[in-house]
Design a protein around this ligand. Sequence first.
Ligand SMILES: CSC[C@@H](O)[C@@H](O)C(=O)COP(=O)(O)O
Ligand SMILES: [Zn+2]
Length: 214
Amino acid sequence: MSDAPPFDTHRLCELAGEIIVNVRDLAALGWTPATSSNFSRRLDDRHAAITVSGRDKAHLREADIMVVDFDGRAVGSDHTPSAETLLHTQLYRRSPDVGCVLHTHSRNQTVASRLFAGAGHLRLEGYELLKAFHGNTTHEAAIDVPVLANTQHMPTLAAQVDALLDTGPLWGYLIDGHGLYAWGRDMAEARRHLEAFEFLIGCELELRKLHREH
Ligand SMILES: CSC[C@@H](O)[C@@H](O)C(=O)COP(=O)(O)O
Ligand SMILES: [Zn+2]
């Protein structure tokens, strides 16, 4: 008889279902082109449920979600977890308040990441929708969305994200030519943050097309 997996399989099924339904929506918006993007949920204090690498995110099934520990190692699965697993697990390891991490490659996110890579950040300021970010109670705040240089070496990116988290609250970041990472306490909050970033980034791009900054 094989050993039982070291996590709650019923909970894994619930989380997989939640990921599948939500990611289907995000894919329908065109935010996960060409199998890009990855998604995860905290399973317990040592494990996360995350998408298997290379799967078509528009048509995820339960078999496309697997378990990793917070070092990014597969647990109870022969599949390869997302190539960017470390960018998820670093957040779970760092804070018990992080329950969900969403990474997408929308056109707006990708264009903005190119446009603002030189500055190193994109400032979002004066928008009512800034209140969508947990803990932010006014449109008068400014949020700087960091833009990190892209690399295939996840420990390099993870170290930069760790340094950013040391400096204050962070709800997400862009990677140059790549996409956006956003997170929250649960799926609903992470999705609200992701949607707020996408909308506000879109506004900033539109303003620049109109040759106006504010
Ligand atoms: C299809 S190119 C995109 C990938 O390189 C990567 O950035 C991505 O978002 C998806 O990688 P994955 O390993 O499927 O989680
Ligand atoms: Zn990616």
